[in-house]
Ligand binder design. Structure first.
Ligand code: MIG
Length: 748
């Protein structure tokens, strides 16, 4: 396709390569990030994920050797050959990633004679897979290579030997390992080698494919139906460095409001003022902390967005104010689909200003979602984002505190939107095929920006559909799971992979959305789910109600215990948010992120870390009252009993129904909060520091938890050090907010 490299020219940090049949570019962004670009769709480089210029002045050398052009930064060496074959090495000269030189050779599914037979009988069977994609890149795989990331996918933590697709999909069936795509498309993955690690961000919004050595153990490939070949090779000395570089490119979760880390209750079917008032009373009665109620589509008038049903909610403003009195904030669902109805403001305005997606014939495109016949705001158009964002005032005026964007894949009930539906990509005309995977991203951006402008607080936006970079605008949940043990199990690798793919603020529907939960499943789900950054119980209309008090005293007590644990750990979660904003490292982490050289954690699907200090090994098997736990290197302490464990081995630990095994790393200084029924119940709470044996240090961050004042320095930062002698040293590193009224230290 490319032919021989004829010549090249260098313009600052961009090298344009003239091949016989095609032009290509290599762009040095930083020491460890190199972009590979072939202008097959647009001549200019463009991205929905990367905002702003990420190029840093970087010194590199460029030398022509016999058969290769050799580009070397301080940390990467990139050898470029004929046919645009590229190999990447680290600075020690170890090969990290080589282009695969052959054709795709899929593992066989059918023998030649069977294929022949099928042909004779008039069937066409796809004999062995392995068809080339229109846009494609194939890289060699070594036997030990493991692959992580790719955002929101079903299945195992390590994606080696599996294949996936990126096409944001709302599929109502129970999510299974065989699903190739879910609601989000995040084309980023990390390859961990026996020695060395690298990441690839394949920035293409069209329907994309990833085959990670499933069709052939010797290579993996990624590609798309259209677009440019445009990927970023990310080098680094460890997995965290790769994540930091990837989030340097695509952005990081901004610090959220603190209450958004509290417990949240939802159900599709809370359909009246009465339902919400009763719900609040129940939380009080059962003494379960709670920070937010979610208002699903039932609050609207005929599912029309930006409306509120006045029959079932006689006074929404008063309801929301009363709830807020009790510490409970309201989060409302807002779907993209706008009901076709003359006289409905959103519809009329959108038609008037040409804000909806159109068929190629120029008519507004109509499909069906909850309101019936509906049209799709064209969020790729900045004017549409502004319009939509401005209308959010309807909600802020009523006292709503957060927005939950659903159905933004975009979903449709009357068949999928055709690929040629006309959308906008900023100033340019674009197709649905190009914009589908960024529809939710653009909607979240509209919501975030609009909300920020209206409130001047850190917006709380939840989205179901995402693309790379959506973490800058939104929190996400994993969509419609079901009350199944397999889904509780899957939630761990799913969230860990989302986390290392930049989406830190994520959660699953606790208890399961579809199907009916059981007391035991709900207990085990809250035990694991209280460590998800987004901590929400949500359940579908028509499924058995799953508020925690409906399953008897034992379940209620266990549920309360873990919601309380979450509230105790809020300062730790908040610190992790701060860390994420500065480094991109997620809150929930696979063990492999910190122990990448430990072969025992490379395929560990049922444990995770929360930050660097906590290791959580939830029970995800029905009936299990003990479980096997692998503890990596170091000394660990059982959170509940303080029993000491030496790492680097497996243990069988007790896990009665009320116990989620949690381990704390030696030298940990764990910041905790006094019990509260909601964030802010205690106006000026003390800080509790739990100091574990061993030496260690910790940075603790504290601010008002609400607005952007911290960006002007209004925060405190404490540096804490322990040397194991029960003499915790506290140094103030930054002073711009206020001190705690009290710091209570517990030595373990
Ligand atoms: O077609 O708004 O994932 O959380 O409760 C279903 C109703 C639409 C799907 C969301 C779910 C929500 C539900 N929605």
């Amino acid at each position: 396709m490319y032919g021989a490299l004829l010549n090249y020219e260098q313009n600052k940090q961009t090298i344009t390569l003239h091949y016989e049949k095609q032009e290509a570019q290599i762009h040095v962004l930083t020491d460890s990030i190199i972009n590979v670009f072939v202008p097959l769709f647009t001549s200019e480089h463009y991205s929905k994920a990367i905002e702003g210029d990420k190029e840093l002045p970087t010194a590199f050398t460029l030398d022509k050797e016999q058969d290769a052009l050799i580009l070397a930064t301080d940390s990467l060496v990139c050898k470029i050959y004929d046919d645009f074959m590229i190999d990447f090495y680290d600075k020690e000269g170890t090969l990290l990633c080589a282009d695969y030189r052959g054709k795709r050779i899929p593992r066989k599914r059918f023998s030649e004679s069977l294929i022949e037979l099928a042909k004779q009988e008039g069937h066409t069977i796809d004999p062995n897979g392995g068809q080339d994609y229109a846009i494609q890149c194939i890289k060699q795989l070594d036997n030990a290579d493991c692959i992580y990331g790719l955002g929101d996918k079903t299945g195992t933590l390590n994606k080696r030997c599996y294949e996936y697709e990126n096409w944001n999909s709302d599929i109502p069936d129970p999510h299974e390992d065989s699903f190739k795509s879910l609601y989000k498309s995040i084309p980023f993955f990390i390859t961990l080698k026996e020695k060395g690690v690298y990441g690839i961000f394949y920035d293409n919004t069209f329907k994309s494919y990833f085959n990670f050595g499933k069709e052939n153990n010797g290579y993996y490939c990624f590609g798309s139906d259209d677009g440019n070949l445009d990927y970023y090779f990310i080098g680094g000395s460890s997995m965290p460095e790769i994540v930091t570089s990837y989030t340097y490119l695509t952005g990081r979760m901004p610090l959220p409001q603190k209450w958004t880390l509290g417990y949240q209750q939802s159900r599709w079917g809370y359909d009246s003022e009465k339902a919400f008032r009763e719900l609040a009373a129940k939380f009080k009665e059962h003494h379960i902390p709670c920070d937010a109620f979610h208002f699903d589509i039932d609050y609207m008038d005929h599912y029309k967005v930006f409306t509120w049903n006045e029959e079932r909610f006689t006074d929404a403003r008063a309801l929301l104010a009363d709830l807020k009195e009790q510490g409970i904030k309201a989060v409302t669902i807002i779907d993209p689909g706008v009901k076709v109805e003359k006289g409905f403001t959103m519809y009329d305005e959108g038609v008037e200003h040409d804000y909806f997606a159109k068929s190629p014939d120029g008519n507004i495109y109509v499909n069906v979602v909850w309101p019936g016949d509906s049209v799709y705001p064209d969020f790729g158009n900045p004017e549409v984002r502004k319009w939509w964002g401005g209308h959010l005032q309807f909600y802020t005026d009523l006292g709503v505190s957060g927005v939950w964007n659903d159905m933004n894949e975009p979903a449709s009930f009357h068949g999928p939107l055709p690929g040629d539906i006309v959308f906008t990509d900023e100033g340019k005309t674009a197709t649905h095929a190009q914009m589908h995977n960024v529809y939710g991203h653009n909607m979240a951006k509209a919501t975030y920006e609009g909300w920020k402008k209206l409130t001047n607080k850190r917006p709380f936006v939840i989205t179901r559909a995402c693309y790379s970079g959506s973490q800058k605008y939104a929190t996400a949940w994993t969509g419609d799971n079901q009350s199944l043990w397999t889904h509780l199990r899957m939630a761990i690798p799913q969230q860990c992979n989302l986390g290392i793919s930049g989406m830190t603020f994520i959660g699953t529907d606790i208890g399961g959305f579809g199907a009916d939960t059981t007391p035991e499943l709900l207990c085990r789900w809250v035990e694991a789910g209280c460590f998800s950054p987004l901590f929400r119980n949500h359940c579908a209309m028509g499924c058995m109600e799953q508020e925690p008090w409906l399953f008897g005293e034992e379940t209620l007590a266990i549920y309360r215990k873990y919601v309380e644990l979450r509230y105790a750990l809020l300062p730790y979660f908040y610190d992790l948010c701060r860390e994420c904003e500065t480094t991109g490292l997620p809150i929930m982490r696979p063990l492999v992120l910190h122990y990448e050289n430990d072969i025992n954690v490379r395929n560990l699907n049922d444990e995770f870390m929360v930050g660097k200090h906590l290791l959580v090994a939830p029970v995800v098997e029905q009936g299990a009252r003990k479980r096997m736990v692998y503890l990596p290197d170091g000394v660990w302490y059982d959170y509940w009993t303080h029993t000491e464990y030496k790492g680097g081995q497996y243990y069988i630990v007790d896990a009665p129904l009320d116990v989620c095994p949690i381990f704390v790393k030696e030298g940990t200084i764990l910041p905790k909060a006094p019990a509260q029924m909601y964030v802010g119940e205690i106006e000026d709470p003390a800080l509790i520091l739990e100091v574990y044996p061993g030496t260690g240090s910790y940075t603790h961050y504290y601010d008002n938890g609400v607005d952007f004042a911290y960006q002007n320095g209004e925060y405190q930062e404490y540096f804490l050090e322990t040397d194991g002698t029960k003499n915790l040293k506290i140094t103030k590193r930054h002073e711009g907010y206020r001190d705690y009224p009290d710091i209570v230290i517990h030595y373990i």
